[in-house]
Each structure stands twice: as structure tokens, then as C-alpha cells.
Write a protein that binds this ligand. Sequence first.
Ligand SMILES: Cc1ncc(COP(=O)(O)O)c(C=O)c1O
Length: 456
Amino acid sequence: MPPAKDFSITPRSTRKIQTPYRCIQTEIPHPDSLATLQRLRDHESRSMTGQPPIVWRKTYGFQIEDGYGNRWVDWSSGVLVGNAGHNHPRIVKALQDYIASGAPLMTYCFPSEARARLVEKLVHIAPKELDRVFLLTTGSEAVEVAIKLARTHGIRLNPRKRYIISYEGAFHGRTYASQLAGAPMDWLDPNPYFVKMPFPSSIDTRDRSFDFFRTRLRELSIPADEVAGVLAETFQGREAKLMPVEYAQALREWCTQHEAALIFDEVQAGFGRTGKLFAFEHYGLVPDLVACGKGITSSLPLSAVIGRAEYMNQFGPGEMTSTHTGSPLPAVAALASIEAILEDRLIERAAELGPYLQAELQKIAAPYHDRVEVGGVGLVAAMLFFNNRKELVPDADTAFRFCEACMLAGNLFFAPVGKAYGAIKFCPPLCITKEAVEDALYGPAGIRETLEKVIQ
Ligand SMILES: Cc1ncc(COP(=O)(O)O)c(C=O)c1O
């Protein structure tokens, strides 16, 4: 895959915009933010230059300000982190109260009240079969642990039961095993026990039936009983599409029949994003292990594996731990975020507003149907750009130009993702309003206008 593009940090004059939700009044980025941008460019690894060069100085709800009078509608939620909204008052207060109380800022694996409250809450909101939790820090770690638990369980049943099946085009994070389960990388040793299937609803998958899964295993000479686990993003991030329900249900049955762990990676999908608390609810099934992260706190770093006790309790005291497991501040933030998402009825909002957003994006993209495709579920949508729609050749240049042009017009997206960086993701904090979506799409220099401008 060609490398992603760097965003220029040279300030640019642009059209002035003033709406109730977007305000662009200066060159972008503001010249006074250059010192910060340059310090980062001078000292961080180059991999960190991949996002639009706006220094976030103030964030609230679904909006971001740079401190120089410019304000954006946030379509990124960080990277699908801020489900409850930026700086949700409930999360801020819980953190302030916790710090003010003199309670510990770290506890390692010593017992803590914050951890106790969070794991109890997670078990309470998860299906009853998923009755154990292990807390970590990043989504990649949660996936890594889920793979470890599936393999340990498999190997105990049968020493040859080691295969982990995942899906082409998946992203599960950047630790070793999570990358083995994702896109191939030059630096990763090929591992014959990590095997990929086509994701059944991907734009380039022809056979979407579960039979194809079985056939592919046979073709690869992998006995079903040697599969330790099947790992899938609940919706595949790069196209924001769920699996067909029948496929997911057949997969559940197959995993049960062959004693393979069904693992859903809900790092991106969980905590209301898709219009359900957990996205696997769309499939009417319960997995064995669930990896969570991002929106679990809407803020500080925390991740979790939630699962069935027969998987989760395989390791003895001290054998599966992490220094920052359930670190108290992130745990306090997670609890407050879950309560905020439930109390503010943000899951319902994602379920209601998501179809509106997707329908409007489809309308906006319709004139360019030979170049652009829109997919989505709840309040996450993906706009895929193609040079050649028939052969599905991704158009990274247009996706990048769209992202930059939106930044200059008060709509902030994270950089293009997906196959060859041809996709723009729409994933605002779930507290976004219909009026703000309308303004961002159809207001002055809105998304419709920007798309028209960049697509030639
Ligand atoms: C589906 C999915 N799984 C795992 C990860 C990795 O999470 P983290 O970046 O917190 O390690 C991500 C991050 O984008 C993700 O989208």
C-alpha cells in the first residue's frame, strides 16, 4: 500500500464561514499555532503527522475550537472515542471529584473501588453469558488478550487447535498479534495459524454466504476442529458495514459446533455507536469474547475484554495482568461515560440520526455514483472514493483533498482510512444534533459543496 499523505502545516487563506456550528475566521492552521505544530514535527516520529494540523484547544459536545476563533463540527470523535461527547460534564465532574478526594492515581492490580464499580457495571450491561471482565489500556491489547484466551482455550482442548480466523481488510490495532489478524505487513513473519476470510459485506466480496467460509477452510486444508477462534470487527471499520445477519448467526452456530471462540472486536463499534449498546446485538447472538476500547470512556485510555468465564478464568492469580489494568482515573471516566451515554439516550440518538445521516450522504454522493459509495450503520458512515468504480480502484487523492477542504470549511475529519486510504469516515460524537448535521452537510461550504468542488 502506498504511504499516507502528510498534511501541510502552511497557513492558508480561506473563505470565511460563520454558522451556529462552524466558524472559520483566520488562515488555517492559525499562524500562531505553527510553533506547536513545528515542535511536534521536529520531535515526534513521522507517523504522527498523519492528521489535519488543527491544534485542539477547547472541545465540548460535538465541537472543537483552536483558540483563535475558529470552530469545527467534529466528525472524528478523536478516532471514534468521544461517544458521549467531548468533555461531557458528568465525566469531567467524576474525574474532578475523584482527584479532589485524594484517592489513588494508580493502584496496579491492588483492589480498587473504581475498578470494582466499573467491572460490575460492564457485567451488568453485557448479556448475562458474558460475566467476566479484564481491563487494559488500549484496544490493541484487548484484541491481543482475546486472541490469547481463544488460543489457550483451544490448545487445552486439543494441542492442534491453534488457528485464528480473521477477515481481509480488518483493522485490530498495532500490537503483534492484533496486526497478524489485520492487514499483512512486511515486517511481520507470516504465521500459518492466522488465516483470513473475505469479509462478507465488503464491496469486493462476491460470495457473501457462510458456505464460502466452510469452502475456504476446506480449500486451505484447515480442519474445522483445529480453529481456536474467529475474530471479526462487528462492523468492518473501513467500509462501516455489518455482516449479513444470517452469516453472523451461521458463524455463531459453527463456532459453537466446533468449540471455537467467537470474538467480536467492538473497539470501534461498542458503546452506542451503531444504535445498539454493543453492535453484536444487531445479529441477535452472544459472542464468547468481546474486545472493547475507545468509546468505553469517551476520553481517557481504557479497554476491556468482556467474556464467558470458561475463557476469562483460564489464568491463575497474577498470570494475566497489566501495570495499568483498570487504572483508576480511566475507570472513573468509563463509568461516568457509560452512565452519560445511557442517561442522555445517545444510543437511541445514534439509531435515529444515523439513518438520516446515511440517507443524506447517499443523496449527496448520488451524482458521483461512478466515483463514490456510501455505507454506514448508526452514527458511523464511510464515503469510499474510487478512480474506477468498476474495478474498485480507490482514489486516495480525492479522499485526501476532500478531508483538507472540509477542514478549511469547519468540518473536521480524521485522515482518510481504508483500502489505499480511499475512505472518509463520518463518526461524530453521538450527542450531535440534526440541525448541526444539516448545517455541516448543506450550510455554506458544507459537505455537499465541498464534494462537488473536489471531485473532478
Ligand atoms: C476495530 C478496532 N480494533 C482495535 C483497534 C486498536 O485500538 P487502539 O488504537 O486503542 O490500540 C482499533 C483502533 O482504531 C479499531 O478500530
